[in-house]
Design a protein around this ligand. Structure first.
Ligand code: PDD
Length: 281
């Protein structure tokens, strides 16, 4: 696989980043995951705009222009022959060759830019998308700037592991009694014609897929209600689903052991997945 590091395309075994890089020592970096379907990048623009915002919130310089970044994405998709999969991008504050809590001088320390691809054949009609996934609920113990897409992913990873141990696929995070989001996706419930999902704030990541799916839902004459909901309300809902760049619209069929609706993917989740894939490619 060819990867990109700070201006160079290299075989992955030759790519190098300093052990002092602040992402390695302090999780001081941000990332984006852009899906590739049929060789095409899905919503590059949305991911780029969110990347700019994450960087500016953390005072990390933009490593290159939008056009350069798009070109790197396209080149990696081309050389690695990605039909269906993703491009992972990470920008970190870099390092001045030492460990210090104080940020290094931005005049002399350049951010680190890394991109690589992952091939995911068959992602469009995975078994999970046909059968739906089972989730558990856990307390949301993350920091309070979840709107910034940082590489600080230890708690979400632990959540996934807790779900796996419980024989499930993922975890929904709960704070003050209300669902914030999934470990790596936004969470929704469906009641009648209403698609219900938490409103945007610093409590959740502003999903690029979320924005697209809510727009498609409205265009398909579904009602969208942005508000908090509890696990009990979700267990009692007609349907549930999650969205992310890598899973698109993924039906949820069980929450903490309780079947949602008939325990099979719901009609609205299926319809939104279809629309999303049709419109995105
Ligand atoms: N995760 N919420 C969280 C906490 C996420 O990590 C993600 C994305 C989302 C969905 O955002 P989007 O629709 O822009 O992908 C919501 C990516 C896919 C990941 O970490 O791999």
């Amino acid at each position: 696989r060819t990867v990109y590091v700070n201006g160079e395309y290299l075989p992955e075994t030759e790519a190098k980043v300093s052990i002092f890089d602040r992402a390695f020592l302090m999780a001081d970096g941000v990332y984006e995951v852009t899906s590739v379907l049929d060789g095409k990048l899905i919503d590059f623009e949305g991911h780029f705009v969110r990347l700019q915002r994450s960087l500016s919130e953390l005072d990390i310089a933009e490593p290159c222009t939008r056009d350069e970044l798009l070109e790197i994405h396209r080149e990696l998709v081309r050389v690695n022959e990605i039909h269906d999969g993703l491009v992972y991008l990470q920008v970190t504050r870099g390092s001045d060759g030492d460990r210090d809590f104080v940020f290094p001088n931005p005049e002399t320390t350049k951010p680190t830019l890394v991109l690589f691809t992952q091939s995911k054949p068959g992602i469009m009609d995975s078994a999970a998308s046909k059968n739906g996934i089972k989730v558990i609920s856990i307390e949301d113990l993350r920091w309070h700037r979840r709107d910034i897409k940082t590489v600080q992913l230890l708690y979400p990873s632990m959540g996934k592991m807790m779900a796996k141990k419980a024989g499930c696929d993922d975890a929904w995070l709960v704070e003050d009694g209300f669902v914030t989001e999934g470990t790596s996706n936004n969470a929704y419930i469906v009641k009648g014609n209403k698609i219900i999902t938490r409103a945007l704030s610093n409590d959740i990541l502003h999903g690029i897929t979320r924005a697209a799916v809510l727009r498609f839902a409205q265009e398909a004459q579904m009602e969208v209600e942005e508000r908090n909901f509890t696990i009990a309300e979700a267990q009692d809902a007609d349907e549930a689903f999650v969205t992310s760049a890598t899973t698109f619209v993924m039906p949820v069929v069980e929450i903490d052991g309780a079947k949602i609706g008939d325990g099979v993917p719901g009609a609205k989740a299926k319809r939104l997945r279809e629309i999303y894939l049709e419109e995105s490619i």
